[in-house]
Ligand binder design. Structure first.
Ligand SMILES: CC(C)(COP(=O)(O)OP(=O)(O)OC[C@H]1O[C@@H](n2cnc3c(N)ncnc32)[C@H](O)[C@@H]1OP(=O)(O)O)[C@@H](O)C(=O)NCCC(=O)NCCS
Length: 154
């Protein structure tokens, strides 16, 4: 196991950082609950640029010693009803398996919340996997009424 870096920094990435997203895709299994699974698959630099240029996408990386050690991806959802203009859907986040429990996940959530405060967004939703529920609770998330359902077309 590598010696962990002394510190890490979180930054929001955009289209100019497509290379970081391409690199992440090659090893994103290491950010999953089970790092033994396969990575999500190759993405092209153009595909990564288009994704990061999408106005509904917000993406933060945590980096240490030139390596990605965590990421958070959320999506801006416009609201139909009065009140804040939008809410966030936290689509995906992960901390590298060897760097968990060092405050990286909490720091990513803090950056997302700082963006929310600056932009008048008051609510964030996450379809959490069971493994991560304790983490989200520590970060102030609470269970909502109802269930999240999914349907996959074949
Ligand atoms: C969930 C995850 C992002 C947490 O990241 P992390 O960098 O380890 O989290 P932090 O170190 O910032 O932890 C913040 C707090 O949550 C707690 N915590 C972290 N993971 C936890 C877990 N799985 N269960 C319960 N508590 C947890 C920490 O102990 C810490 O508590 P403290 O501040 O009182 O000490 C990380 O475990 C991960 O990548 N999991 C695999 C992918 C995943 O499940 N993503 C979420 C998809 S919905």
């Amino acid at each position: 196991m590598p010696v962990p870096p002394a510190g890490f920094a979180v930054r929001r990435i955009g289209p100019a950082d497509a290379g970081a997203l391409v690199a992440l895709a090659a090893t994103d299994n290491l950010f999953d609950e089970d790092p033994g699974t396969a990575p999500s698959g190759t993405i092209t630099p153009d595909g990564a640029r288009h994704f990061l240029a999408d106005p509904s996408v917000r993406f933060w990386l945590a980096e240490a010693g030139g390596q990605t050690v965590g990421f958070l991806h959320c999506c801006i959802q416009r609201r139909r009803t009065p009140g804040p203009w939008a809410e966030l859907l936290l689509m995906e986040m992960g901390t590298h398996a060897e760097w968990r429990r060092r405050g990286i996940g909490r720091a990513l959530i803090a950056e997302m919340e700082a963006w929310m405060r600056r932009n008048g967004v008051a609510e964030v939703w996450v379809p959490a996997n069971t493994y991560a529920v304790g983490f989200y609770r520590k970060c102030g998330f609470a269970k909502d009424e109802g269930e999240i359902l999914v349907k996959e077309l074949h």
